[in-house]
Design a protein around this ligand. Structure first.
Ligand code: ZN
Length: 346
């Protein structure tokens, strides 16, 4: 299932997302040489609709056309079949950012062609001793650009800080590429805003260029003022049997407020309404904590036909795209992490 190349295929630098499946024949790993041998691992299009990573890499590599990269780079181009249709994933596929074993080698997804491919990529990269791994994504709702990390360690925090002044630490959901690469090198996931929204590709390209030029990554916790760190405390999903709508659509059992996405990364007070309910006896959302335990009642309450927060919280990745809400989740809930002095991942 995996194509391995030692050079960029002709046409890659100008290819559009939907053309990659034919150009590459499937997910591809492309090893590119550079002045320093230890490669930067860059992953794009794990979600086929998130094309900012492709644009960033095209910008970056166009800049170095005919010149040596400062450091070798291995480019992983993920879900090209879904990219053909502009989708996050195809219905029969596993989510390409939930298929990676964790640092201890444990899989958190059922074995599939996708998990085997992920294992193959890690095996190939383990031999090449990557310098760092960067996985480029888009958000589906309006969010500031930020990096996500899965360990509270100096090199991870430094990589996050080099991208944006706020970062997200999470261990749930497991199975992300950055978690898998944590066994090999410091790793970050870049969240570059909405697809096609202005500066995402340029920001990611500049960041990747910076990573290619780094000679070392300091194993030091950045000062408080340099990095505001949040952690995921829960994930909010819509049960399959609840109809969910937004905007001018005829209201379903849960009708989300129109400006929901403007609430991302805001500290919301208790009582904030997320939407209206109709014709439901039970809470039309489910909240699960990082141990996958239900904690809905702790965060949400019904107040007449209003669905409100029971306690103050900070949502991220709130989206009003119903397909995304169905395939992934409505949002994550965050809390600020105290300065991780000497903190270690538990
Ligand atoms: Zn993504």
């Amino acid at each position: 299932m995996l194509t391995v190349l030692e050079h960029l295929p002709d046409g890659f630098l100008t290819a559009r997302g939907p053309e990659l499946a034919d150009l590459l024949g499937g997910p591809a790993l492309v090893h590119l040489p550079g002045e320093r041998a230890q490669p930067l691992f860059v992953s794009i299009l794990l979600h086929g609709n998130e094309i900012t990573g492709l644009h960033a890499v095209q910008q970056l590599l166009s800049r170095y056309r005919g010149k040596a990269l400062p450091r070798a780079m291995t480019l992983f181009i993920g879900n090209v079949e879904a990219a053909r249709y502009g989708l996050r994933r195809l219905p029969e596929q596993a989510d390409f950012n939930r298929i990676w074993p964790d640092e201890a080698g444990r899989l958190h997804a059922p074995p599939s062609v996708e998990t085997r491919m992920a294992g193959q990529v890690l095996e190939i990269m383990a031999k090449r001793r990557p310098f760092a791994a960067v996985d480029v994504h888009n958000n589906t709702g309006h969010n500031p650009h930020y990096a996500a990390i899965n360990r509270l360690e100096g090199r991870w925090l430094q990589l996050a800080r080099a991208f944006a002044p706020a970062a997200l630490y999470f261990r749930y959901p497991p199975g992300t590429l950055a978690m898998g690469f944590g066994a090999l090198c410091p790793a970050v996931t870049l969240e570059c805003g909405i697809v096609g929204a202005g500066s995402g590709a340029a920001h990611a390209a500049a960041y990747l260029d910076n990573c290619l030029r780094m000679t070392t990554i300091a194993d030091e916790t950045p000062p408080d003022e340099a990095l505001r760190l949040y952690r995921t405390v829960a994930c909010v999903t819509v049960p399959d049997d609840v109809s969910v709508t937004v905007g001018d659509a005829a209201p379903g059992q849960l009708h989300l407020r129109n400006d929901l996405e403007s609430l991302n990364w805001q500290t919301l007070p208790a009582g904030t309404a997320l939407g209206r309910v109709s014709g439901v006896a039970a809470m039309p959302l489910e909240v699960r904590d990082v141990n996958e335990q239900c904690c809905t009642a702790q965060y949400l309450r019904l107040d007449g036909d209003q669905l409100r927060l029971r306690q103050s919280t900070t949502p991220a990745m709130l989206s009003t795209q119903i397909r995304v809400v169905r395939q992934d989740c409505l949002c994550y809930l965050l809390e600020r992490v105290g300065r991780p002095h000497g903190a270690h991942d538990g």
